[in-house]
Design a protein around this ligand. Structure first.
Ligand code: PLP
Length: 389
């Protein structure tokens, strides 16, 4: 899959690798600084009554954050983006669009923090949820009279289930529902859900967009003006905005998104093929493998398979030995950085996910998740040979 396939009807004339380099010229630095300045200011002076530079107070707008939001809007082919202090803040703010009694259909295999938010906070606020496996379930029978939205990730975390965004968007819209897609795993470099019908795209900017495990941030990108107005109002009112310095770090991370994603995904493919040959590995789940059930859908709706891969080993003891003996790679939560991380979902990212949901998704105590980095593939292969042989 080549990025020439990126034919989205974006008003931006550039290809995705180039969009990573653009800036909002309307707020260009007056001295011509190429690295956009960090406007570390809480407030902005007015020149007179009723006169604003366009920036009043950083919770509302900030030039550094606006540069970042500009690039994200173009990358995701939306109409506007809000940058948040974390991915969870982004999701929590989107949930403020809804009121008690509203019902959601959500994917059963979501980021653990999202499951915790829905179960512990949204439910308390009167929202109700039905879980589905969108890679196999039809949406229609799950829709109730009060259903307002569909929420999914594809590929899912950590089981890498792939769902057909276009098909689900069509069904959602026929029923007057909005479709929310958390696009963290692929980033806009590989997948642009708005082109496929999504109304809201969410990101943890902490992951591939930031790309260096050095900052926390989140995004909400919206397809249309009406949703944008409602969300901007909630954004400025509840205030989970991204600070100027973190905005700058994210802007810098995005500059290299394309080359990082290409290298990391290439490594993930090679590592997946290598792990398949190991006798102690009982399952390798990577959508780039032709036998992955979502492989064809991914080829249709995405421009790459990404850097996330999940595998299962033959015993819990093997898990313990791997996690104790990692050397080049890190045993750590999170994903999307330049270094390879190994995560144990059952005690880390998915520790708060109810048991029955873990079972339903096949997340057992032998499942490990990798966020493959940009190291030399030979070194990664040597590391896994040492850990597994
Ligand atoms: C990490 C993550 C989040 C939460 O983002 P934070 O920046 O950690 O708050 C949400 N969704 C997915 C898929 C994630 O990986």
């Amino acid at each position: 899959m080549k990025n020439e396939d990126n034919k989205a009807d974006c008003d931006c004339k550039y290809k995705v690798e180039t969009i990573c380099q653009i800036s909002d010229k309307s707020i260009a630095d007056q001295w011509g600084a190429l690295s956009f300045p960090i406007y570390q200011s809480a407030t902005f002076a007015h020149r007179g009554l009723g006169e604003s530079t366009g920036f009043d107070y950083t919770r509302m707008q900030n030039p550094t954050r606006q540069q970042l939001e500009y690039v994200m809007t173009k990358l995701e082919h939306g109409t506007d983006t809000m940058a948040f202090s974390s991915g969870m803040a982004a999701i929590a703010t989107v949930m403020e669009l809804f009121k008690p009694g509203d019902h959601f259909v959500i994917d059963a295999d979501l980021y653990g923090g999202s499951v915790r938010l829905f179960n512990e906070i949204s439910k308390k606020n009167g929202l109700t949820f039905t879980t589905a496996n969108f890679s196999v379930d039809e949406l229609d029978p799950l829709i109730e009279e009060n259903t307002k939205a569909v929420y999914l990730e594809t590929p899912t975390n950590p089981m890498m289930n792939v769902s057909d965004i276009e098909k689900i968007a069509k069904k959602a819209h026929e029923n007057g529902l909005i479709l929310i897609v958390d696009n963290t795993f692929l980033s806009p470099y590989y997948q642009t859900p708005i082109d496929l019908g999504a109304d809201i795209v969410i990101h943890s900017g902490t992951k591939f967009l930031g790309g260096h495990h050095d900052t926390i941030g989140g995004f909400v990108v919206v397809k249309d003006k009406e949703l944008d107005e409602r969300l901007r109002f909630i954004y400025k009112t509840t205030g989970a905005c991204l600070g100027p310095f973190d905005s700058w770090l994210l802007l810098r991370g995005i500059r290299t998104l394309a080359i990082r994603m290409d290298r990391a995904s290439e490594n993930a493919m090679k590592l997946a093929e290598h792990l398949q040959k190991k006798k102690n590995v009982t399952r390798v789940i990577y959508p780039g493998l032709p036998e992955h059930p979502g492989h064809e859908i991914m080829k249709k709706q995405a421009r790459g398979f990404g850097a996330m891969l999940t595998f299962e080993v033959d015993s819990k003891e093997r898990v313990e030995s791997i996690l104790k003996n990692v050397d080049l790679i890190y045993f750590a939560e999170s994903l999307g950085g330049t270094e390879t991380l190994i995560t144990y979902p059952i005690t880390q990212t998915h520790a708060d996910v109810p048991r029955d949901l873990l079972d339903k998704n096949g997340i057992n105590d032998r499942v490990l998740r990798l966020s493959v980095g940009i190291e030399a593939i030979d070194d990664l292969i040597a590391e896994f040979d040492r850990l597994l042989d």
